[in-house]
Every structure is written in C-alpha cells, then in structure tokens.
Design a binder for this molecule. Structure first.
Ligand code: SF4
Length: 215
C-alpha cells in the first residue's frame, strides 16, 4: 500500500500560487490604515477577531488618538470604550497604550523596522511582527495566521502541526519574492473558499493538485 503524500512536490508550487492568484486577484491587506503606526495598532487589535470588526473601530480610535503621543497619554478605560465591540478589548486597550509608551520611550515615536525590535513591543508577537515587516517595510516575511496555517497544510504546501513550523517550511519552499504575496493569497483563500468548517473543493481551482489533508 502506498504511503499518503504529506506535501505536494516542489514543482507543483508555482501552479498552486498561479491558481491562487487567478482565484484571488484582489488579495491584499484588509486592515484600513494611513501610516505604519495605524497599521501596527490595527494588527494588534486584529488578534482573534475579524479585520472587518477592527475596521469598524479604528476610525474613531485614530481620530481621538492620531499618534503614539496621544495614545501613550490615554486612559485605557477610554480606549476600551471605543474598541469594546472587538474580542479581548480590555487586554488590547492596555496593550496598545503600553505599546504607544514603548514606541516613544525606545523608538522616538516611530515603528521600528526589525523583527527583534517589533516583538519587544507589548502585544506584538511573531505573526504581527511579520505582517508589519511585510506591509510597512516591504521586507520578505510570511505571517502565519489561522487561515495560512490551515490552508498551507491542507494543500500540502507544508506538513506541520504548529504555526512556527508552518512558517519555517513555507520560507524554505516558497520563492522569497513570493512570500508577501503568498501570505495574502492563502488568507483570502481561507476566507473565501477553503473555509475552516467546510472546504468548498468543488469550486476550487486547486482541486486536482491539493492533497486535502484533514478535509
Ligand atoms: S481543494 Fe479543497 S482543501 Fe484544497 S485548497 Fe481547495 S478548498 Fe481547500
């Protein structure tokens, strides 16, 4: 009996990326922002909640606190009042006020551009740091969120049981100049077709090449 493949072959990766591009030409950052600071705050707020719900609260948040200086002075309870419709809003309010203070104390009020500096900020983990590097600084990075993790492993781009290993394998297998784009494509695919509860394989252009691991 032949052993079931755990990953697609290296020469199939380009086909997967091309087909994802065909299905999701509109893929891109879905968090509204006008600066690195706004992007950073929006990404921190997006943990375990949807980008749509974050986009609903950030206009009022950034109108009241347009820069790290104003946010650093904010009362976390007032911040919580503005963002209370999103998940984990109490912790997030505390974190973004602390984050603004750290930006001022350690980085002259600017968003830093290195991975190690980014993860030194309150509320900023590996995924957020990678998103900021890619979106704000155009540095090759792959942020692995729940969609990227699920879709990469279903397709067989990776064969990993956690997000860190998934990131590691994606970086080894995908061309570096496709890292940022692949991140967006995999997220959009997870949101629109390869859903967590029911993958819509019949309407997916990857139906032939995908290993459908766990589906
Ligand atoms: S074929 Fe099915 S499991 Fe594979 S990527 Fe498409 S929707 Fe997901």
């Amino acid at each position: 009996m032949s052993r079931r493949l755990k990953r697609i072959k290296a020469n199939q990766i380009e086909e997967v990326l091309d087909k994802l591009e065909t299905m999701h030409p509109e893929a891109g950052c879905a968090l509204n922002h006008r600066s690195c600071f706004e992007l950073l705050i929006a990404v921190v707020l997006s943990a375990q909640t949807t980008d749509i719900s974050v986009n609903k609260v950030t206009p009022a948040l950034f109108e009241r606190y347009p820069s790290p200086e104003e946010l650093a002075e904010a009362n976390p309870n007032d911040v919580a009042d503005i963002i209370k419709t999103i998940g984990l809003y109490k912790n997030k309010s505390l974190n973004i006020v602390k984050l603004a203070n750290k930006l001022i104390e350690d980085f002259d009020g600017e968003v830093p551009g290195s991975f190690d500096e980014l993860i030194s900020l309150p509320g900023v983990g590996r995924k957020t740091a990678n998103v900021i590097l890619a979106e704000a600084f155009a540095e090759p990075a792959i942020a692995v969120d729940t969609h990227v993790f699920r879709v990469s492993n279903r397709i067989g781009l990776t064969d990993a049981d956690d997000v860190d290993k998934t990131e590691e394998q994606l970086k080894k297998r995908l061309p570096k100049d496709k890292w940022i784009r692949s991140h967006h494509l995999l997220i959009f695919h997870g949101r629109k077709i390869c859903h967590a509860r029911k993958a819509d394989c019949e309407n997916c252009l990857l139906n032939e090449v995908c290993l459908k691991r766990g589906v």
